[in-house]
Design a protein around this ligand. Structure first.
Ligand code: SAH
Length: 421
């Protein structure tokens, strides 16, 4: 579930090897791997070698995770430097963020590099890989931007059965090694609380996995019982903290007060909270985005902020696509504002930019990926926005998923720490 920076074996003993990576030299145990020789490349976590990898793949991972060339800081203005420092100190406000969001050229690059360095310093070289199962595209809401909106009659609707959801989750954990799964749907009351409780219980009793739910506004009682059933986290965006803009894109259905009420009781219930906003909605200002960053910092253990992509057949079909660089700057600022938070590269950004953009986002402060695990026959129907990015083959998926229990324990410890911060 986490891709770590590869290390080179420099000495071999009976049950241990000495390895060297960017962090230095250490001795690690080898219960899962035999026959290692000096010069081999390995991946390791918690002082255990998890697997051997080829020198070519090791180089590819190192290149993907390694920082770019540092920016010559003599080229940035004193005001820019002061804004960056204010973020690090935690003494920043809207104005600092707006100025950083407006940065261009060398300063924009310096902002992204600073976020990369911060990610390294606070959470090292772990790229965490989570999975998402989109189990229903039915939705009673009518968010103007979303392809699943109720009034969008052109799309074919589907609902996965509880058995299908449980089996997809089992396969993801037992056969692929996922340790954290998000179960997402539109606002679909057909799945009653007792159905969702049953699904969560069945997955949890079959596999060692964290379940995050992303099912919209269901009220306190519902979320209390889902937590009790074994859900650990929620993925629930407030979308936009600007009252005016929120109302404009949600003329009916979603309500900002209710979004915040939910975030409040998620915390009370002890959920790990993934939240954030949409970047690049029509009419959104840099001040709106700055406010969204401040609100995200207030609520999120894990960030879920993504760029807006216009969807054909929706009222915002003719609007402009979010600026990818602006999303990167938002990601970098979030990293500087929330040093140790989990920040995924969202699928919407991968849809805009592909693999290259993914790597760029990982070097701009992001530290995790959300891989789509929706069964193939439903995947294209979950068309929140068009041509959604999909990946099963990348080096992250190949080497980032471990079936070993240690990987679950490590995630458990980290999440406990993150939630208590
Ligand atoms: N029903 C759940 C899940 C919503 S879908 C809930 O309400 O929380 C997940 C996310 O997709 C939404 O929160 C929204 O931010 C995002 N989304 C919807 N349409 C989009 C679009 N056109 N471009 C980018 N992201 C979009």
């Amino acid at each position: 579930m986490c891709l770590t920076i590869p290390a080179k074996v420099i000495d071999v003993a009976v049950d241990t090897v000495t390895i060297e990576d960017g962090d230095g030299v250490k001795v690690v145990e080898t219960p899962f791997v035999t026959g290692l020789a000096v010069g081999d490349w390995v991946l390791h976590i918690n002082r255990l070698v998890i697997r051997k990898i080829s020198p070519d793949d090791a180089c590819e991972i190192i290149e993907l995770l390694e920082s770019g060339t540092p920016v010559d800081t003599s080229l940035v203005s004193p005001a820019f430097r002061e804004d960056i420092e204010a973020l690090h100190r935690g003494t920043f406000g809207r104005d600092n963020i707006v100025r950083l969001l407006s940065s261009e050229g060398v300063e924009q690059e310096a902002l992204l590099r600073e976020a990369d360095t911060t990610r390294r310093a606070w959470i090292k070289d772990f790229i965490c890989i989570h999975g998402i199962i989109e189990f229903s595209n039915q939705c009673t809401h009518d968010c103007l931007y979303c392809g699943l909106r109720n009034e969008h009659s052109a799309i074919e609707r589907y609902r996965m059965t509880p058995d299908e959801i449980v089996e997809t989750a089992r396969e993801a954990v037992e056969e692929k090694g996922y340790k954290l799964l998000v179960l997402q749907s539109g606002e679909d009351p057909t799945y009653t609380d007792s159905m969702l409780i049953d699904i969560i219980r069945r997955i949890k009793s079959a596999s060692k996995v964290f379940i995050f739910i992303s099912v919209g506004e269901r009220g306190y009682e519902s979320y209390r019982s889902l937590k009790e059933a074994g859900a650990s986290g929620v993925l629930f965006r407030f979308e936009s903290s600007s009252k005016g803009l929120f109302k404009k894109v949600h003329p009916h259905g979603k309500c900002l007060e209710s979004r915040f009420e939910h975030l409040k009781f998620f915390k009370e219930l002890g959920y790990y909270v993934a939240t954030g906003s949409l970047v690049g909605l029509p009419g959104q200002t840099l001040e709106d985005i700055a406010d969204d960053i401040l609100v995200t910092k207030r609520w999120a253990n894990m960030v879920s902020t993504g760029p807006f992509i216009p969807t054909p057949g929706t009222p915002l079909a003719g609007s402009s696509t979010a600026d990818g660089d602006l999303y990167l700057k938002v990601t970098a600022i979030l990293r500087l504002a929330m040093h140790s938070a989990r920040i995924p590269v969202v699928t919407a950004y991968e849809t805009l930019t592909g693999e290259e953009g993914r790597s760029r986002a990982l070097k701009s402060g992001a530290n995790s990926l959300m891989i789509n695990l929706t069964p193939e026959r439903y995947r294209t129907l979950y068309s929140i926005y068009p041509d959604k990015f999909y990946d099963t083959e990348s080096i992250f998926v190949r080497y980032g998923l471990y079936k070993y229990r240690e990987s679950f324990t490590m995630l458990e410890e980290r999440m406990r720490e993150e939630i208590s911060l």
